[in-house]
Design a protein around this ligand. Sequence first.
Ligand SMILES: NC(=O)c1ccc[n+]([C@@H]2O[C@H](COP(=O)([O-])OP(=O)(O)OC[C@H]3O[C@@H](n4cnc5c(N)ncnc54)[C@H](O)[C@@H]3O)[C@@H](O)[C@H]2O)c1
Length: 380
Amino acid sequence: MKSIRTGIIGVGNCASSLVQGRFYYSDSEAHIPGLITRNFGGYFACDIEFVAAIDVDRRKVGKDLSEAIFAPPNCTTIFQKEIPHLDVPVEMGYMIDSIPEHTAFYPEAERFDPLPQRYRSEKEAKRAIVSYLKERRVEVLVNYLPVGSERNTYFYADCALEAGCAFVNAIPVFVCRDYGDKFKKAGLPLLGDDIKSQVGATIIHRVLTRLFEDRGMPVKRTYQLNVGGNTDFLNMLDRSRLQSKKQSKTQAVLSQMNGGPEDPRLVHIGPSDYVPWLKDNKLCFLRIEAEHFGGVPMHVEVRLSVEDSPNSAGVIVDAIRAAKVALDRGLSGPIVEASAYLFKSPPVQYDDSVAKEMLRKFAEPTLKPKVALGSSTVSR
Ligand SMILES: NC(=O)c1ccc[n+]([C@@H]2O[C@H](COP(=O)([O-])OP(=O)(O)OC[C@H]3O[C@@H](n4cnc5c(N)ncnc54)[C@H](O)[C@@H]3O)[C@@H](O)[C@H]2O)c1
């Protein structure tokens, strides 16, 4: 079985967990817990081969990816110290709207520290990055930019299209909605949008919401408050960067309600604050209020404490393999079968049990190539 030539945009905490995980799960025969899918269409976690990495932080650019993942401000748990030299020096990217201004007032160890722009124009940057991705023969490109990087995400999606890479969009920018047709036309798979953590706030909120609705108790009011101490939470202190994140998280929960409260303000979901000493530990406080038999009120409260980045990296391990399987099967455009379970804002929202079954079928190694839901078969 061939490896999956993977490129990463944004060597932050999620990328650190992803690279560490690739080596933690280096034995394809071993049944080590922590993955959604062990054998995905014939590919194992250890078939992911990192061949390219792009960042803009002076502490990361130029370093081998195996070292850059441990450079500040990354602060996630190190669960796999031994990473071989990968021969992937981190390449300088192009900044449009990815670096939030407010972070400049925070200590260097906690914030991004970008190098000056290397390219004089977007055109020049695109040419250089496309040729880098082609040189490195990247098959699957993962987007891990900070929340709010709208234009920057489309910039890298354009690079992927031109370089012939499948695109996995881990962040809340609606690439499937806006670029689905472009990827379909180019004969390239697109997975997204906004990775749904393995057991995180979104999936817990969705499952509890579905439980209430299925048992005849529509949700009357609910909130989900999240705090953390990594650069993701620092970045999200700028509320203007949060629109798509809030929309993605809220829609992921609303989609499980049969209608939902009339006043949309009764569903409050979003990142709430930055607490530096929490580092990559994310806390979620969740409350659901409803009425049971006889209109008698009741509520549920949940407090979740989770290391944020490994929680999403396990899901990306499935998404990368789904993108490769889609390439092998000649599928293009948004890959609904895999995105529905793995992302908060897939092109179509399904009930999680349905989405899980779709993913399981898609991941079956023996599946013959066929036209899939929302994707088109192309000859490559
Ligand atoms: N559970 C999770 O952790 C989770 C879940 C869903 C979505 N996400 C999203 O995934 C994304 C990545 O999360 P993270 O915790 O790794 O973030 P992070 O802040 O640790 O990493 C972002 C990286 O992008 C780099 N970067 C900034 N501008 C760039 C540019 N123009 N080109 C290339 N690199 C650039 C930064 O230097 C940094 O290394 C965020 O948008 C986050 O919201 C995370």
